[in-house]
Structure formats: C-alpha cells, structure tokens
Design a protein around this ligand. Structure first.
Ligand code: FAD
Ligand code: SF4
Length: 470
C-alpha cells in the first residue's frame, strides 16, 4: 500500500545499502556495500518523482532511462528493467558501483537538495545483479548477422562498449588485449573493495556467449603487428587508455620506496587473484608509514589498499582543499572511515631520504585565482615547510596519453597533449585521421571515467557502422 504513496520521497528517506563492519573493511579485499533487498530497492525507487524533464538522465553520460527503470523496479519488474538499462549502458552493474553519482545522476536529482537523491547508482547495480541471479542473459536471437568484422584494441570499458553495440547489430567484434582478463582499469586498476573481479569475468562469459571474440594476452605491436589487423578487418576501434604516469617534477622521486600508483595497485590485484608471475612483484605496505600524494580516485584506491595491507599509517596529502578534490565524495568518505589521515592544502616539494625514502617535504597552500580550467590555483604560503615521515610514497598525480610508436605509420594524428584526434562531431563519429581507424575513451579524451569511456565506445560503434554502411 505504501508503494501507491505519491509522497514516498517525504515519508521514506534516502537509504543507502548497509556497509560491512569497519573491522572487516580494513582487512578484506571485497566490496564494502551489502546488496539491496527487493523491498528496499522497490521502496527507494518509488521515491522517484518521475520529473517531466529528468535532469538525472541528461547528467548521466550514457543518458540512461533512469525514471523508467526506477518505475519498473518499484513494480518488481526486473526483467523489463534490465532490458531497458542495457539499451543505453553496456556495463550497468559496473557503473552502479563506480560512477561518482554525486557529480552525475544523483547530483542532478530534483530531490537531492532537500530530501536526499534517489539511490540511482545502487538501483542500477541491483537491477543487473538480480537479473543475472535470475539467469537472465542478453537475447540476440533477432539480430541479423552481417559479414563485417571489426578489430577492437583494448578490452576496457570503451572497447567493451563498442563491442557490445557492434554484436547487437550483427557486426562481429574481435577484441585484443595484452592482459589475461577483460576490463582494462576495471580489472587492472580499480581494487576489489569497489568492484570485485568476478563482475568482469561474468561479463566476459556473457559477451563471449553473445559472439564477441576475445584474443587476450595479445599485445598489439608486439605479439601481433597492427598491419596484419588492419589488413584482416573492415575497421578498427582503438580503446587503449592512457598509461603514462604523471610525475611531480621534484627531487627524490627516484628514491627507493617511491612508487607510481598504478604498478602498486596492479601488483596488489595480481597478488590477491593469484595472477603474479613472480612473488617479488608484490609491493607490500605491511607495517609501513605510507604517504599518498594526490586527491583523485587513484589516490583514494592507493590509500584504502594500503590500509587493507596493514600499513602502520596512511596519510594522503592533497594540494587543494577537500571541496576541490577531484575524487568521488563517497570514496573520500569511505577512506576517512577506514582510517586514512588527510592533509589538505599541502603540496609536496621534495621527497627526502638517503638512497631510500625518509619523508616528504610539504608546503602549505591557500587557494588563489582560477586557472585556465576554472579551478582555483593553489598558492604556496611562505615559510610553511614541514617534513612528514614516510617509509613509502605513492605518487598518484594522474596519467598522460601513451600513444603507440606505430600510430604515426598509419596516419593516426595526435593533438598537442598527445591524445588521439577522433572527434564525436563529424560525419563518422570518433573516426581518426585514418578513415578505417576509430578511437575513443581515455586515449581520446584524457583520463576520465568508466561511464564516459563506455559512452564513447558505444558512439564509436555507431560511427563505424555508418562508415561500413550496415
Ligand atoms: P582502459 O580501461 O585503460 O583500457 C585500455 C585497455 O587497452 C587495457 O586493458 C590495456 O591492456 C589495453 N591495451 C593498451 N594497449 C594495448 C595494446 N598495444 N595491445 C593490446 N591491448 C592494449 N572511473 C570511474 O568512473 N570511477 C572510479 O571509481 C574510477 N576509479 C579509478 C581508479 C584507478 C586506480 C584508475 C587508474 C582509474 C579509475 N577510474 C575510475 C577511471 C577509469 O578506470 C578509466 O577512465 C576507464 O577505465 C577508461 O577506459 P578505457 O577503455 O578508455 O581504457
Ligand atoms: Fe548514474 Fe553512472 Fe548509472 Fe548514469 S551510468 S545513471 S551516471 S550511475
């Protein structure tokens, strides 16, 4: 009777799924949120006002039909909801887990300011997880197969988004990746406490059943030449991400005990999953004083991985204030709960030590005038130097593009920051300067989000199909 209540949003507050006990969270590499039950999902979905002009839908980069699937969930109609959610998103269970909803769909929810936004992300996850548990699979029986084949280089969210749209339209994608599992940074980057690895292996099985062919453990340019790929396929989609670690440019970055964020996170995943080639690859924080430099998602993942590895202390230094952190508000909150100490308005100027790290020299900053991106520039306060003791420093300053040496031979042009030029707004969306080659995701837009990579992969598939005239 409650679900007929038009004022559900007043009577029933926003309720996020419960989190696991903190003591377990500090040790375990498993997702921290408990699943939503059917009743909670229906109650929470029914809070949606079904706004005539749903801002959530516009703010969601893939433009999910959010109010429509919320209504279906409130009615208990999971099978229709899951079909609808897959019309716009290739990995809804992943986005539900890792999107920064506070900046996207939920930030735009009409209820956000006064009543608490609808739990959109968790409902999206609930729909797919529940449908999978019911044995649901994408149904491609009505698809008419064409004779076209497209090579996709990179099995991250951009590559998978592209492959999904292609196979649903009768074009056969063959996805190459140098790693042994699909997912890109979803598997070899984002830790298990945000996204368990079984989520991607399940997707690999489903995509394989749908007819997507994966050639894993295959690095293009090393294990197979790009020339042979471009000769064999009707078109190519590049979805190779951005992998050059940004440096601080100060003294001490090459001392023993200083690590880039991604190799640390990957070594942890490989260790946990039994994918290590050699046990010496594991970077162990047990008993160490760890300092993490940076304020984005990567920094939060380093913080929380170090906590779980039983570091003695974990301190995160960021050069702006908390309100200006680029990371998801939810994940910063989770990091604080788990025991990470934050030092805001602190900029590293040197890593000190004698052969080996002993500390990080920090200066205090205040926010000054906006820079070219409109973000206020941190300004150093004179005489504020201090040294923070550290055994290990993890540098999480972000990523720059890593264009392959062979791009040039195939006329793939780069912009001034070395991103591949492949605009959305042109006759064939996301086509590069070589007409047969398309590109999308982080390698085109610079390091960004899972959901924007999925969007670009899906749109590029449309561009490729227009180009192939299918
Ligand atoms: P990637 O995911 O990087 O995938 C590229 C793939 O291409 C890789 O699998 C790589 O092996 C493959 N490849 C590259 N070169 C070759 C080659 N020559 N041959 C074969 N294969 C190749 N975003 C969020 O939305 N939420 C988060 O919480 C979040 N957390 C993050 C945490 C970390 C630690 C990091 C690093 C990023 C995070 N991001 C997050 C960002 C997000 O993961 C990326 O924006 C997204 O994965 C980009 O997708 P992509 O498909 O463009 O590239
Ligand atoms: Fe929100 Fe991301 Fe889902 Fe879009 S894909 S509805 S932004 S959680």
């Amino acid at each position: 009777e409650r679900l007929n209540n038009d004022f559900q949003f007043v009577d029933v507050g926003r309720r996020d799924p419960a989190k696991k006990e903190l003591s377990a969270r500090k040790e375990e590499f498993v997702e921290i949120y408990e699943p939503m039950g059917q009743r909670q999902a229906a109650e929470q979905s029914h809070r949606c006002l079904d706004c005539g002009n749903p801002y959530c839908e516009w703010k969601c980069p893939v433009h999910n039909y959010i109010p429509n699937w919320l209504k279906l969930v409130s009615e208990g109609n999971i099978l229709e909801a899951v079909e609808l959610s897959h019309q716009t998103n290739s990995l809804p269970e992943v986005c539900g887990r890792v999107c920064p909803q506070d900046r996207l769909c939920e930030g735009a929810c009409t209820l956000n300011d006064d009543f608490g936004a609808v739990t959109i992300g968790n409902t999206e996850k609930y729909i797919t997880d529940t449908a999978f548990a019911m044995g649901w699979k994408p149904d491609l029986t009505n698809v008419t197969k064409t004779d076209k084949r497209v090579a996709v280089i990179g099995a991250g969210p951009a590559g998978l988004g592209c492959a999904d749209v292609l196979i649903r339209n009768g074009v056969t994608p063959v996805v190459f990746d140098k790693y042994p599992e699909v997912g890109g940074l979803l598997t070899f980057g984002i830790p298990e406490f945000k996204l368990e690895k079984t989520v991607m292996s399940k997707r690999r099985e489903l995509f394989t059943e749908m007819g997507v062919e994966f050639r894993l453990n295959t690095e293009v340019g090393k294990d197979i030449e790009f020339q042979s790929i471009i000769d064999e396929f009707d078109a190519v989609f590049l979805a190779m991400g951005t992998y050059t670690n940004m440096k601080g440019g100060f003294d001490g970055e090459d001392l023993d005990g200083v690590y880039d964020a991604l190799p640390f996170l990957i070594s942890n995943v490989n260790h946990n999953q039994g994918w290590e080639k050699d046990p010496s690859e594991f970077i162990d924080m047990k008993g160490k004083k760890v300092v993490v430099l940076g304020g984005g998602d990567t920094a939060m993942d380093c913080n929380r991985t170090s906590i779980r590895q039983q570091a003695k202390s974990v301190t995160c230094a960021y050069r702006r204030d908390e309100a200006n952190m680029p990371g998801s508000v939810r994940e910063v909150g989770n990091a604080k709960e788990e025991g990470v100490q934050f030092l805001f308005n602190r900029q590293p100027v040197e890593i000190v030590g004698d052969g080996k790290v002993e500390g990080v020299k920090l200066v205090t900053t205040k926010l000054g005038e906006p820079d070219e991106n409109g973000r206020r520039r941190p300004e150093v306060i004179e005489g504020s130097e201090e040294v923070l003791e550290a055994d290990i420093v993890l540098v999480a300053f972000g990523f720059q593009p890593s264009p392959a040496p062979w791009f040039e031979n195939f006329g793939i042009k780069l912009n001034d920051w070395k991103g591949v030029i492949a605009p959305e707004q042109q006759t064939y969306k996301f086509q590069t300067s070589n007409e047969k080659i398309f590109a999308g995701g982080d390698m085109v837009r610079g390091s960004d989000l899972v959901v924007t990579a999925i969007y670009e992969g899906r749109q590029a598939a449309e561009g490729i199909m227009d180009y192939l005239d299918v």
